[in-house]
Design a protein around this ligand. Structure first.
Ligand code: G3P
Length: 221
């Protein structure tokens, strides 16, 4: 499973990259706003900065909701860098735009997906990635992970090449469940990735190994 980080924070992206397990980055307008990135030039520069740090797919979201606007924005974003993936919302004109980008060879990430029907439509339109929002479904007492399993089944039934990118991943357990469900990619905060390495028996074991080594060294000396 590929690991993407869901942030527009350059320090977090550097930290994840430094760990050596980062495959890509996803952003959205809220994450860009959180970093105080506003104005077209700054937004463009920020995407380029992200592409400099991580040599993997970087999702950049359009804010237009009409076909012509989505296409114009998406083409501009795609031209910025070879790794840019145009993130398009699951709306009627978004589906049309997905097909347009697919036919042009532009990579896409269909976002704001909350049902199997939406994911099926995204695959039919040739989306490179589909982003079901696991955490936001959990937030409304709906099993987000069940949706990942359902989409996996549907895509496998027909051999759709659209990659399942589990989004709105909030914590380490979500990451593990995504892997169990056969998600192709998960995108979440750095804390969810770092959380994977933690186990108290590892800490206790290491402490003992180091203490024993120290004792043995002292005996020799
Ligand atoms: O980028 C889309 C998604 O990952 C948002 O996550 O935590 O705001 O629901 P969250």
């Amino acid at each position: 499973m590929e690991f993407f980080i869901d942030t527009a924070n350059l320090d977090r992206i550097r930290e994840a990259q430094d760990l050596g397990v980062l495959d890509g980055v996803t952003t959205n307008p809220s994450l860009m706003a959180k970093e105080g990135i506003t104005g077209e030039e700054n937004i463009i520069q920020h995407y380029l900065d992200i592409c400099e740090i991580c040599d993997g797919p970087v999702s950049a979201e359009v804010i237009s909701t009409d076909f012509d606007g989505i296409v114009a924005e998406g083409e501009k974003l795609a031209a910025l860098h070879k790794n840019i993936v145009v993130k398009v919302p699951m709306i009627r004109d978004g589906v049309k735009a997905l097909r347009y980008f697919t036919d042009k060879g532009i990579k896409t990430n269909c976002t704001l997906v909350f049902s199997a029907g939406q994911a099926l439509l995204a695959a039919k339109a040739g989306a490179t990635y589909v982003s079901p929002f696991v955490g936001r479904l959990d937030d409304i007492s709906t099993d987000g992970m069940a949706l990942i399993e359902q989409i996996r089944l549907i895509y496998d039934n027909y051999g759709y090449e659209t990659k399942i990118l589990a989004a709105s991943v909030r914590h380490t357990m979500h990451v593990i469940q995504c892997a169990e469900a056969g998600s192709d990619v998960m995108t979440g905060p750095l804390s969810a990735i770092i959380g994977l390495l933690k186990h108290p028996l590892t800490d206790i074991g290491l402490e003992k190994f180091l203490a024993d080594h120290k004792k043995a060294t002292q005996v020799q000396a």
